[in-house]
Write a protein that binds this ligand. Structure first.
Ligand SMILES: CC(C)(COP(=O)(O)OP(=O)(O)OC[C@H]1O[C@@H](n2cnc3c(N)ncnc32)[C@H](O)[C@@H]1OP(=O)(O)O)[C@@H](O)C(=O)NCCC(=O)NCCS
Length: 180
């Protein structure tokens, strides 16, 4: 068993001009890459092993990140299963000139622990030490359950719907069905 504090990770990086998109703001892909690395650090500390990214939930860019900002990612293992961990991350963008800080995004990365031979590795359980950690653990469990249901829905249901049912689903959507 390990505590959440054992693997909690905070990382700050300066957003340099090379990270900008055509609109002068920081590329979403760059932010994803930073988050992936921080999730790796946090999950590998908890599992004591090499880890891989399995799934990403809840990435929403709520406000743009400017060049010159200091981007901080705070990460903790919120939930653990048998071989996977859900790492919760909060991303903040700080403007050092104005002193203002913006919450740009919160998200969850599912990371799997691997043995040296590539097989899945069991991870230590979590020691939950306060109510905030308990709430996060339960949120993680809910995210896992909803994500499983979503995958099952995408795999099964829609393929079995007939054309009329599919067309009914598209009613009031922004599309024109010319041939289906
Ligand atoms: C994801 C992966 C680990 C699943 O392996 P598997 O043998 O099919 O796994 P299982 O069905 O036995 O599930 C193993 C664990 O993965 C979880 N899992 C599997 N698919 C998942 C998904 N789509 N989303 C979230 N979790 C998932 C299961 O819930 C289970 O978790 P637990 O052990 O903590 O209970 C495997 O497909 C893999 O290694 N993928 C490649 C990951 C990778 O290389 N990422 C880098 C991207 S370049």
């Amino acid at each position: 068993m390990k505590s959440i504090a054992d693997s909690e990770t905070t990382y700050t990086e300066l957003m340099i001009p090379a990270y900008a998109n055509f609109g002068g703001k920081v590329h979403g892909g760059l932010l994803l890459s930073v988050m992936d690395k921080v999730a790796y650090v946090c999950a590998s500390k908890h599992s004591g092993s090499y880890v891989v990214t399995v799934a990403v939930e809840g990435v929403e860019f709520l406000s743009p990140v400017d060049v010159g900002d200091l981007l901080t990612v705070k990460a903790s293992v919120n939930y653990v299963g048998r071989t996977t961990m859900i790492v919760g991350m909060r991303i903040e963008s700080f403007n050092p000139r104005t002193g203002s800080s913006r919450h740009t995004n919160s998200c969850y990365f599912t990371m799997a622990a691997k043995n040296d031979d590539g097989t899945l590795k069991e991870v230590p359980g979590l020691i939950i030490q306060n109510e905030k950690e308990l709430i996060r653990f339960c949120e993680g469990k809910t995210i896992r359950d909803i994500s499983k249901q979503k995958r099952a829905t995408l795999k099964s249901n829609l393929k079995h719907l007939d054309k009329a049912a599919l067309m009914a689903l598209c009613e009031h959507e922004n599309c024109t069905i010319q041939q289906a």
